[in-house]
Design a binder for this molecule. Structure first.
Ligand SMILES: [Zn+2]
Ligand SMILES: [Zn+2]
Length: 344
């Protein structure tokens, strides 16, 4: 089968690799239909690593995918050949201490699609996943929507972890795919206002069109001053979705005493600093987000029920042969890209 293989920094090739086979009775062979290019895939492409996770070449990336079931193992009951499915990229062991206390997302033996040291990715024609990772769309989702369930599940999990109060005033710093997914997830919780900050003009327009209360560009305006002018008491929750020092600093300024800072963005560096005096005096709660914990079904349901709109995030489509073009586009934040999709 064809696979897109990372072969070095900013290098990839389409290679012929062996097709995976069903080994366990609970395995499902999936024909990949569409793959979303994620910021983390691009981190691996550009830098060969995310923190301690270092790529060993050749390596297949990709973890956001929509698939059709090609074949199932003997004891699979939830899906059958021909079913369109959303794929949860996380495979848990169910036996370790973290799994047993309901923290599968920090499973000691977690294997996540397209993650160095854990497992190859989905930028190939077929993968095998455990049946518990396959969520049938029952015809209610497009392939694009099925792909977007992955970032949406992280966002929905972050909104859950933030314990959004009724009529909350929130901010989202960074309007990339995760920031926008956080916006639609928060909006579904009946928040009062949502302030979004972003530097890329196309993303600012998209966030405005999606219905943000206010969208500001920190390169062009004093976003802290303007948000506090509109919300003098400060905001209940700030979702940091950019992974930058300056956005973390801005969150500390715009949050009210007793507010919550949710760190969803993945920084490209190992450390950030926190304004400890401000944070302590304001008694800010910090919530870290590690991927999605069992929120895939929730995302499928939210899209199917029309509670969230994610279609506007899909800005580009590429065939498999042009995967590198898609990665370069996303890496360079070119052409107003939010989510680029690869059709297999
Ligand atoms: Zn992703
Ligand atoms: Zn485990």
């Amino acid at each position: 089968m064809k696979a897109v293989v990372l072969t070095g920094l900013r290098q990839m090739e389409i290679r012929d690799v062996p097709e995976p086979k069903i080994e366990k009775d609970t395995d499902v062979l999936l024909k990949i239909e569409m793959v979303g290019v994620c910021g983390s895939d691009v981190h691996y492409y550009e830098t060969g690593r995310i923190g301690a996770q270092i790529v060993e070449y050749p390596f297949i990336v990709g973890h956001e995918c929509a698939a059709t079931v090609a074949a199932v193992g003997k004891s699979v009951t939830g899906v059958k050949a021909g079913d369109a499915v959303v794929v949860d990229p996380a495979i848990y062991c169910h036996n370790c201490f973290q799994c047993k206390i309901g923290r599968e997302n920090t499973c000691y033996n977690l294997r996540f699609l397209g993650t160095p040291g854990q497992g190859g990715g989905c930028l190939c024609e077929y993968i095998v996943m455990s049946q518990e990772c396959c969520y049938p769309t029952k015809g209610a989702l497009t392939f694009e929507q099925a792909v977007l369930c992955e970032p949406l599940s992280i966002a929905a999990y972050s909104v859950e972890r933030a314990k959004v109060p009724k009529n909350a005033n929130v901010a989202i710093l960074g309007a990339g795919p995760i920031g926008l997914c956080t916006f639609v997830s928060a909006k579904a919780k009946n928040i009062n206002t949502c302030y979004i900050t972003e530097k890329i003009s196309e993303r600012i327009d998209i966030a405005k069109k999606a219905g943000a209360t206010w969208v500001g560009n920190p390169d062009k305006q004093d976003i802290v001053g303007e948000i506090l002018k509109q919300q003098p008491d400060g905001l209940d929750i700030a979702f940091e979705c950019a992974g930058q020092q300056e956005t973390v600093d801005q969150c500390m300024e715009i949050l009210r005493p007793g507010g919550t800072l949710v760190l969803t963005g993945i920084p490209r560096f190992d450390r950030i600093s926190l304004a400890i005096d401000k944070m302590r005096r304001k008694e800010i709660t910090i919530v870290n987000i590690r991927r999605q914990n069992e929120f895939t079904q929730n995302s499928v349901d939210m899209i199917a029920a029309g509670q969230v709109d994610v279609d506007f995030m899909v800005t580009h489509h590429f065939p498999l042969e042009e995967t590198q073009k898609a990665f370069d586009l996303v890496a360079g934040y070119q052409d107003g890209v939010v989510k680029a999709m690869i059709t297999m």
